[in-house]
Design a protein around this ligand. Structure first.
Ligand code: ADP
Ligand code: MG
Length: 327
């Protein structure tokens, strides 16, 4: 079956099954959802939109599109220290969007709902003559007054990152055929890091009370560190040789050393960057073990308003271009 569907048929056939576990979603049959907020908690809300041709390509698998869409929002929830709870989904689709696409898209969402323990509670479905446009508004829960902010960095904080940095930017190079001189296994790994990022939804809430600031790395390592610096009115120094790299990224750099600029500047890793005082060292060991996730210190917060990057010779390395220019 591969035909066009009406709005209500789309909601009923593909999306109502995703809302089963929350009674207050009323099987997506009422005007809106009604959600109770647990005592002592507040809600963290974040919205992200992706547009066909800009953030994903027509030929990308709907399954990957669903994963990326949801995971980008989950990453924002994690950066604020919140636990994922609910999301709304708004879709603008066109006459080329057939039932096969919806089916695979909804299956992708379902898989991630299970993985991240989050439930669909509503949305909107409209037709467009333009590119497919998908918006998620995700809601997370955190103890009142405990959200982690970008603006909380303190002088002399250590700067930490989760996982490995730069894989997604290299994965995009692989996906667009611009990085061929590495093994198939490494290509697959880097591609998957681009298409299916792993938002640090377990780490974020565990950082609450132990760190001073956090951000998720979506624009690029240095660009996002710069967001922390600007909102905290401080500077930072970063040691390039301390930036954690996957084996695949190390392999790429051994062939193309200048791709270090992609590691520093490329976005879409969806790791967490956070700053904390020295006492974090004690918690770090426990967290790393419990989450099976590397946490690596890459630098420290300094006075002033500049970011200084140091190379292996202790020399200042030029700042990469900041992030992705949307407009
Ligand atoms: P209204 O016209 O009052 O906005 P809709 O017909 O747009 O209502 O939506 C009916 C119900 O279906 C609402 O509960 C809405 O949240 C839900 N809904 C619509 N589109 C989606 C979607 N893409 N995903 C999830 N829920 C949806
Ligand atoms: Mg509507």
């Amino acid at each position: 079956m591969n035909r066009n569907l009406g709005e209500f048929e789309i909601i009923k056939t593909y999306f109502s099954a995703l809302a089963l576990s929350e009674k207050g979603a009323f099987n997506l049959t009422d005007d809106a959802a009604v959600i109770a907020i647990p005592a002592g908690k507040c809600i963290v809300v974040t919205t992200d939109t992706i547009v066909q041709g800009t953030h994903f390509l027509s030929e990308d698998s709907p399954n990957n599109i669903a994963a990326k869409l949801l995971r980008v929002s989950l990453s924002d929830l994690a950066a604020m220290g919140s636990i994922p709870a609910y999301y709304n989904l708004s879709i603008a689709v066109n006459s080329n969007t057939k039932s096969d696409w919806f089916e695979a898209f909804a299956l992708g969402l379902l898989a991630d709902q299970k993985k991240y323990n989050i439930t669909l509670i509503g949305g909107d479905t409209v037709a467009t003559s333009g590119p497919i446009t998908l918006t998620i508004t995700a809601l997370g829960l955190v103890d009142k007054g405990k959200t982690i902010r970008r603006s909380g960095a303190k002088f002399d904080d250590d700067i930490w990152v989760s996982g490995s940095i730069g894989d997604a930017a290299l994965g995009l190079k692989v996906a667009t055929g611009k990085l061929n001189q590495i093994s198939e296994a490494n290509k697959n790994y880097l591609r998957s890091r681009y298409f299916k990022p792993n938002p640090r939804t377990l780490l974020g809430p565990k950082l609450v009370g132990h760190v001073n600031s956090a951000i998720d790395i979506s624009d690029g390592l240095i660009a996002d560190l710069n967001h922390i610096c600007e909102t905290s009115n401080l500077g930072a120094k970063v040691q390039i040789t301390d930036i954690p790299l996957s084996n695949a990224a190390k392999d790429v750099l051994s062939i193309k050393p200048d791709y270090i600029d992609l590691i520093l500047g490329g976005g879409d890793d969806f790791e967490l960057l956070f700053t904390a005082d020295k006492s974090f060292q004690k918690i770090k060991k426990k967290l790393t073990r419990a989450l099976d996730l590397n946490l690596t210190k890459i630098g420290s917060i300094i006075s002033g308003d500049s970011i200084q990057i140091f190379d292996q010779y202790g020399e200042i390395y030029p700042l990469p271009k900041f992030g992705y220019a949307h407009f």
